[in-house]
Design a protein around this ligand. Structure first.
Ligand SMILES: Cc1cc2nc3c(=O)[nH]c(=O)nc-3n(C[C@H](O)[C@H](O)[C@H](O)COP(=O)(O)OP(=O)(O)OC[C@H]3O[C@@H](n4cnc5c(N)ncnc54)[C@H](O)[C@@H]3O)c2cc1C
Length: 384
């Protein structure tokens, strides 16, 4: 490494992607002396819950998986099915457990240094990259950025947000099936839009219930409250409950690419790197795949991709799905219901995790309503 540089790497943003990368670097064979991790937040709040499905027998985050299920339920009008997930698990990690675990581990590694500061800009120089913060400027051989999210938006692109509010509620009597989360519940009025609920049980008396919408703008805060109250009343009439925690957020479901204007010594990761899947908003699993790949490339002295998320066939499938939802020729819930009804669950989960092979993809793409999907598939071939 260059002796004049302060740090080998700077990790700009210590959320899911920054900490996932830091932990894997710490556990890797990559040769480095100093890594600086910068965030404006202390990461001491439980600000989100990650759910995702995975097959791996061993993962670095295993110690913090709070719940792991072998089944989940999909609900739509006239369709209610509990799926056995086969080789898959559906996992839950609490944000605060993730941040605390990662920071505890990393603080034991003397090569890692932490600064709480606001990043103002990132820039690539000839042999270094610089992170300018409110209280100083730091340089390294490479910067991994998840703090600045920049998109190249074009008028023909469909850019949605997945917006949501969830409540962790507690009831006195047993109210939830703690062996089986509700992955998607589409049984409520769609209001000419695309909306569903998750029910993620922590126990028989405690669950995270989340309202989720896919659209171009979020709801007002009081609308989420009304919707969650109505859903709970509808599913459990007259039940008394207390709201223990609230989580709220939005995830880009974007056709417009995330771009890297910072030059070749800055690598975008996480949502900034285009790793929120445009058709579903799921991100956690893709962050793990991509940060593991980065560490592998570093261990093996290979060059790193400077452009966020490479163009591939999955991006094309995502663009088609976004367009189908946007066209509203059919309720989005019917599109999803058909995918769940007509495919083997493991194939569908492979496909949504972008781990499927072309044979499986052919089966899945043949299972959709061709009258709806074909025009979007043709259109998206020609949308730059
Ligand atoms: C409430 C919520 C629930 C979610 N649930 C799921 C889920 O169940 N499954 C799933 O797959 N995905 C989920 N996601 C999507 C995605 O996994 C998360 O958003 C994930 O945290 C993205 O990781 P990231 O590192 O890209 O961004 P973040 O985790 O948001 O990290 C970015 C970091 O950059 C820091 N930062 C930003 N700007 C600056 C600045 N100027 N200076 C210094 N620091 C800065 C922030 O403080 C933050 O710590 C959820 C998202 C939210 C918001």
């Amino acid at each position: 490494m260059n002796a004049n540089l302060e740090y080998d790497f700077i990790i700009a943003g210590m959320g899911c992607a920054g900490l996932s990368l830091a932990i894997q670097l710490s556990q890797s064979k990559v040769a480095f002396n100093k890594v600086l991790v910068i965030d404006k937040a202390l990461k001491n709040q439980n600000d989100r819950t990650w759910c995702f499905w995975s097959k791996e027998a061993v993962a670095w985050y295993d110690p913090i998986v709070l719940k792991r299920w072998k089944q989940f339920r999909f609900l739509a009008p006239d369709f209610n099915k509990k799926y056995d997930l086969g080789a898959y698990h559906y996992n839950l990690i609490r944000g605060i457990d993730f941040y605390t675990y990662c920071l505890d581990q990393l603080k034991k590694d003397p090569r890692f240094e932490f600064i709480q500061d606001e990043l103002k800009s990132l820039v690539s120089l000839e042999n270094a990259a610089e992170a300018k913060c409110s209280n100083g400027t730091y340089s390294a051989k490479l910067i991994f950025n998840s703090a600045f999210r920049l998109q190249k938006v074009k008028p023909k692109h469909v850019n949605y947000v997945q917006h949501f509010t969830g409540w962790i509620i507690e009831t006195k009597e047993n109210s939830f099936d703690d062996a089986c989360p509700v992955f998607m519940d589409f049984t409520t009025d769609q209001e000419d839009d695309f909306r569903f609920y998750y029910v993620i049980p922590y126990s028989k008396t405690k669950a995270l219930i989340e309202y989720t919408g896919f659209s171009q703008k979020a709801l007002k805060p009081e609308e989420y409250t009304r919707k969650l109250q109505a859903y709970i009343e509808n599913k459990h009439p007259g039940i008394a409950y207390s709201v223990l925690e609230t989580e709220t957020g939005s995830i880009p479901m974007a056709e417009s690419p995330f771009v890297n204007p910072f030059g070749k010594r800055v690598i975008n990761i996480g949502t900034a790197g285009g790793h929120s899947k445009p058709s579903t908003g799921y991100t956690f699993y893709f962050i793990q795949k991509y940060t593991a790949q980065l560490v592998f490339q570093l261990e093996n002295g290979k060059s790193l991709p400077t452009e966020p998320r490479q163009k591939n066939r999955f991006l094309y499938y995502d663009k088609i799905m976004l367009d189908v939802l946007h066209q509203k020729k059919q309720e989005g819930r019917l599109v999803f219901m058909r995918l769940f009804k007509k495919n083997k669950i493991e194939d569908l989960l492979d496909f949504l995790n972008e781990d499927s092979n072309p044979g499986t993809e052919l089966k899945i793409t043949s299972s959709v309503d061709k009258g709806l999907f074909l025009p979007s598939a043709i259109k998206k071939l020609f949308t730059p």
